[in-house]
Write a protein that binds this ligand. Structure first.
Ligand SMILES: [Zn+2]
Length: 444
């Protein structure tokens, strides 16, 4: 049935677009009309979602996440990036089986959806990646995902190391099975993990494979100073420069982090059209530093926003990332840096641009797909005053998300999930977390 989101303040997130009161009419999964006259445009009976006292926003875009790591929340704290990977995350990922991976993805998706996430770009682990796509299929979110590719690297456990041919073949099999599945709601994104885990040949062949099928390329780059030094020792240059030489640049290439980028590298990324995803909480927690988002944007780079994984954040909450992004940009003393409206764009229209789907989602405009989040602004922590954008960026929290709609389908209604059993997901996650830790030999 068609949908009327009634009585909210519409925050369109279009360039220069101002907020206005009114209703949102959704027909056949698309936005048909917005504003005071929207209800009159309905052609038949509609299901009504109450948005009084709420901001009505485009669904939030998580442009970098690892659903495979949600189960590892709390198992890998207070470590720098390479130690974090080698002593905890890689052994834990190697210990995943399809059941623990599904439990991990489901736990992450509960949090993502209840926090207003409607689109995500996910990087998986090396094996069993069908389990993640099955979770994405069942919950109704819009997603790009791909298995991690790793054919070399110091400290990579046997369970994650794969041959070049096997890595390409497994990735391509997953692509054939899942790319454009569910009417195009699911897309495959090739995910060479980072330059230290991939041979040059694997990177080059992955670029060819992804471009042959019109898929995104998703990797990590310029994250941590220690990693930067290891990359320089091995390649004699920075990862972004080496990746660009191998073809990993352009509008279909999404680099998570970009903390260590020089101004010249930012300009080169902008010229090529390469996308960068800001992950402020994860960068702070792993001691990587703070990405210079204002400089990236000024250089002309399209920047998205991501929570990264629950093992390095430890939440998957874009409201926290929005607040961190906006505050960290001002940390140098310029309070005009990344104003609330621009910060919100990282999680909406710019996030969609980063993933190349801004013609479909990222703003509220008639004709776009109906990915909508309704945020309750009547809580004591968001009252009594302020523009809806400022209240969302600086004061609102994930628990204020009241309704979530993806492709016209209501996935969260009155703060409750409609496609997932939250209690069961959490109970299963607890069971599988104990088992995966034991298999990884990390208990006791
Ligand atoms: Zn990551």
């Amino acid at each position: 049935m068609d949908l009327l989101i009634e009585g909210g303040t519409i925050v369109p997130c279009t360039p220069g677009g101002e907020s206005f009161p009114g209703d949102v009419l959704v027909e056949d999964g698309a936005l048909r009309a917005l504003g005071p006259g929207a209800r009159e445009a309905r052609r038949g009976p509609v299901r009504v979602l109450d948005a009084r006292g709420c901001a009505v926003l485009p669904g939030l875009v998580h442009a970098h996440v690892h659903l495979c790591q949600t189960l590892f929340r709390g198992m890998a704290d207070d470590l720098p990036l390479l130690d974090w990977l080698r002593t905890r995350i890689w052994p834990l990922e190697a210990a995943h089986d399809p059941e623990s991976l599904r439990a991990s993805a489901d736990l992450g998706l509960v949090e993502l959806l209840k926090g207003g996430g409607t689109t995500l770009l996910d990087m998986g682990t090396v094996h069993h990646h069908d389990a993640v796509f099955e979770a994405l299929r069942d919950c109704g979110v819009r997603a790009f995902s791909g298995k991690a590719m790793m054919d070399v690297g110091a400290g990579v456990p046997r369970g994650l190391r794969e041959g070049l041919r096997a890595s390409l073949a497994t990735s391509d099999t997953l692509r054939a099975r899942w790319d454009e599945a569910e009417g195009g709601r699911l897309r495959y994104a090739f995910a060479p993990r980072f330059i230290l885990s991939c041979t040059k040949k694997l990177l080059q062949e992955t670029v060819s494979l992804a471009r042959a099928h019109g898929c995104l390329l998703h990797t990590h780059a310029a994250e941590h100073p220690g990693e930067r030094d290891a990359v320089r020792a091995l390649h004699g240059k920075d990862d972004v420069d080496a990746l660009a030489e191998l073809g990993l640049q352009g509008p279909d290439t999404i680099l998570a982090h970009g903390v260590q980028l020089t101004l010249a590298q930012m300009r080169a990324a902008a010229k090529a059209g390469t996308r960068v995803v800001h992950c402020p909480s994860a960068n702070l927690k792993l001691g990587s530093g703070v990405a210079r988002v204002s400089a990236l944007r000024k250089a002309g780079v399209v920047v998205g926003l991501g929570a990264d994984g629950a093992a390095c954040n430890n939440n998957l909450d874009l409201f926290v990332e929005l607040r961190h992004a906006a505050l960290l940009a001002k940390g140098g003393g310029n309070t005009r840096a990344l104003p609330a409206r621009e910060a919100l764009s990282l999680a909406t229209l710019d996030g969609a641009r980063a993933l190349g789907i801004d013609h479909l989602v990222g703003s509220l405009e008639p004709g776009k797909r109906a990915d909508v989040v309704v945020v309750d602004l009547t809580g004591a922590h968001t009252e009594p005053w302020g523009g809806p954008v400022e209240r969302v960026v600086y004061a609102a929290q994930a628990r204020d998300v009241k309704h979530v709609v993806v492709n016209g389908r209501v996935l969260v209604k009155d703060r409750a999930l409609t496609t997932m059993d939250e209690e069961r997901v959490v109970a299963r996650a607890r069971e599988e977390a104990v088992k995966v830790q034991a298999r990884a030999g990390l208990r006791g």
